[in-house]
Design a protein around this ligand. Structure first.
Ligand SMILES: [Zn+2]
Ligand SMILES: [Zn+2]
Length: 365
């Protein structure tokens, strides 16, 4: 029987074990997918470190795309997904019944399940993204149209919907984010880059991207994606950065700041940069990196909108696809962010992610 490799996490902190698994026909309701690309996310590093606990053994990986190789006729009809379609897999399974699900907030379902959490010793074995093949519920597949290169689509498959979800929460809160003129993006990882692109697509004139340390390569990319200026804490310092923001905004401060660094100390800095009634979008603090001191007086006195955002909905993935279709000029730069590794080299890939070597690390065949 044909087999495919999957990288199994046996315990937090241990190297992944690459094993061969038999390739069988998918059970009813699931599709068999040959993976084209699978991204390693900051979240995966936190899982591997044991900072986000998961049941082991498990094949993790939650931002992946592939080509449907086998699907039943019934499932194909029901979900309008065909053999040979390129698809993104949406791994979340909200319950549909809790208060959050019923009020349109299924991204924050309190009984959230995932498609990739099952034990790889149980058939069909390959539930997660760190593998050559994957079996996922057909209901969790989103088709990638032929205009989009699948590997390019994988680069922001998680960061893109994450950012779009945060923006949709800001819109639902009537925060006025669509009128933003002076904006700041803290951090230039995938979430930061996509936030820059999203602001640029809205026609925002002043997009200031902030990094901790100087990084000419990331700086150039941010400018390509639409940032007006990149500043760093290392070179400019907080006082100079705030001075610059104030100069752009008649002394008021930024309309919108987006936290995409994951660094706790970015949060009081972000609050500092905002104007009265400014909007602080915080999708970037995804794992516990410790506490930080803030002056809550600022929340009251400036009457800030602080909008947290974690996870995303199936509709955000569709919106991500639509965003890529509407912004073809970004595609070649997006694809240039990918660094590729084979599944069997996953441990080296993780080392490189930890060392900050790549912007987006993909496992590819
Ligand atoms: Zn992710
Ligand atoms: Zn729910």
């Amino acid at each position: 029987m044909k087999t495919a490799k999957g990288a199994v996490l046996t315990a937090a902190g241990r190297p992944f074990e690459v094993r061969g698994f038999p390739l069988t026909s998918p059970p009813e309701g699931m599709a068999k997918i040959r993976l084209t690309a699978s991204g390693i996310c900051g979240t995966d590093v936190h899982i591997h470190d044991g900072r986000l606990p998961v049941q082991t053994p498990v094949i993790i990986g939650h931002e992946f795309i592939g080509r449907v190789e086998e699907i039943s006729e019934t499932d194909s009809e029901k979900h309008n997904i065909r053999k040979d379609d390129n698809v993104i897999v949406y791994i979340a399974c909200p319950c549909g019944e809790c208060l959050l699900c019923r009020s349109g907030d299924d991204a924050n379902c309190v009984n959230m399940g995932v498609t990739n959490g099952s034990n790889p010793n149980t058939a069909p074995h390959l539930y997660g993204g760190f593998a050559e093949y994957n079996y996922s519920p057909v209901a969790n597949l989103i088709r990638i149209p032929p205009e989009l290169d699948p590997e390019m689509t994988c680069v922001f498959a998680c960061a893109g919907p994450t950012v779009l979800h945060a923006f949709s929460l800001a819109e639902r809160a009537n925060s006025g984010i669509e009128k933003a003129d002076v904006t700041v993006v803290q951090g230039l990882g995938p979430v930061g880059f996509f936030a820059v692109m999203k602001l640029a697509s809205m026609g925002v004139k002043h997009i200031i991207a902030l990094t901790g340390r100087e990084n000419p390569y990331r700086e150039e990319l941010a400018l390509k994606f639409g940032a007006a200026r990149v500043m760093s804490l290392e070179k400019h310092g907080m006082d100079k950065i705030i001075e610059y923001i104030k100069a752009l905004s008649s002394g008021l401060g930024a309309d919108v700041v987006i936290e995409a660094s994951g660094n706790p100390s970015a949060v009081p800095q972000g609050m500092d940069m905002l104007r009265n009634r400014g909007v602080y979008l915080v999708p970037g603090q995804y794992s516990n990196s410790g506490p930080v001191e803030i002056a809550p007086e600022m929340i009251t006195f400036k009457a800030l909108h602080i909008i947290g955002s974690s996870q995303y909905s199936l509709s955000d993935v569709q919106n991500y696809i639509d965003f890529l279709l509407k912004n073809p000029h970004t595609h070649s730069t997006i694809l240039s962010l990918a660094s590729r590794y084979k599944v069997e080299d996953i441990n080296r890939a993780f080392d490189d992610v930890r060392a900050g070597k790549n912007i987006k690390t993909l496992l590819t065949p």
